[in-house]
Design a protein. Structure first.
Lengths: 188, 120
């Protein structure tokens, strides 16, 4: 990731919560952030004119897709389509990941198309992963939860996230270590 | 994947016109583009379509100047059919079943068309 990206991502995540009047200790639903950013979130069955065979397949657990974003540049509109067969936490992560790509201004690999379909770019995926996770759980939110003695599962449930994401945030923020140091310093 | 924009030429033209002016000031002058996007374009990263068109307007040139071999990148015309390009994007996006690639291609196309028609 580019130098300074992580610091910027952490700050942006806090800024969006301020703008939405959502505290760090509260969950940030991906659709709330999408609405704030003017991004439409849909499932395939909501797309007008789509062949039911295709929307049916995309609603099938075997289709193995997560989400994608479509941009109509001349209208300055962005749409995210996501897989609603996934668990609630996975859906949140999928949508937040796409929002993260948009916030990070990741360009489509081919601007000759009218869609915003991203090819796999390692650096961009890492950035979106980091940003998406920040948006779901800020460092301050994680510290708040850990100080209350919440387990990873409880933190995940609270923030509409997966346990893996909670662990990821603990690893990249060092929050777990900070809490351990705080506890070690407490008088017995 | 084939590049559709001659980024080297675009970046050079931007740097030439910008001269010693700062990125922020230049981005403000162009309008609708951030300094960080401008910086990325100068570094050779492909811009999104809206930014590309704004840059061409600021440079006072047609988009064709940077799109060799492509008939038209203006939204109304497509040099590459959406399903082909979707396939190119999604093929790189892990191992999606072909049926899913086809369905997603159709979904994104339908979404785009519905959006343009004002149905959503």
């Amino acid at each position: 990731m580019k130098r300074g990206f992580k610091t910027q991502a952490e700050q942006q995540a806090r800024d969006y919560r301020r703008a939405l009047a959502i505290r760090d200790s509260q969950p940030l639903p991906a659709k709330s952030l999408a609405e704030h950013l003017g991004i439409h979130v849909m499932t395939p069955d909501e797309i007008p004119g789509l062949d039911p065979l295709h929307s049916g397949w995309l609603s099938n657990c075997d289709s193995k897709w997560s989400a994608g974003a479509v941009v109509i540049p001349e209208q300055d509109r962005v749409f995210i389509v996501h897989n609603s067969t996934h668990s609630r936490s996975r859906q949140e992560s999928n949508i937040m990941h796409e929002i993260a790509h948009i916030i990070c201004e990741h360009p489509a690999a081919n601007s000759g198309i009218n869609g915003y379909l991203r090819s796999y770019d390692n650096e961009q995926e890492e950035e979106a992963r980091y940003m998406g996770a920040c948006l779901q759980i800020t460092r301050e939110g994680l510290l708040w939860a850990l100080r209350r003695g919440m387990t990873k599962e409880q933190i995940a449930n609270h923030f509409l996230a997966s346990v893996d994401l909670v662990q990821y945030r603990q690893n990249v923020t060092g929050a777990g270590k900070q809490i351990a140091r705080e506890r070690a310093r407490r008088p017995r | 994947m084939t590049e559709t924009i001659d980024m080297r030429k675009l970046a050079a033209e931007i740097r030439k016109k910008r001269e010693n002016k700062g990125l922020r000031e230049t981005a403000k002058e162009i309008g609708g583009i951030s300094a960080s996007t401008l910086s990325r374009v100068e570094a050779g990263r492909l811009p999104d379509l809206a930014s590309f068109l704004r840059l061409c307007q600021w440079l006072g040139v047609s988009p064709d100047e940077f799109t060799e071999g492509i008939a038209d990148v203006i939204p109304s015309a497509r040099a590459v059919s959406t399903p082909d390009v979707v396939e190119a994007h999604l093929r790189a996006d892990r191992e999606l079943p072909p049926k899913t690639v086809q369905a997603l291609s159709a979904a994104f196309r339908a979404l785009y068309d519905a959006g343009k028609r004002g149905e959503i």
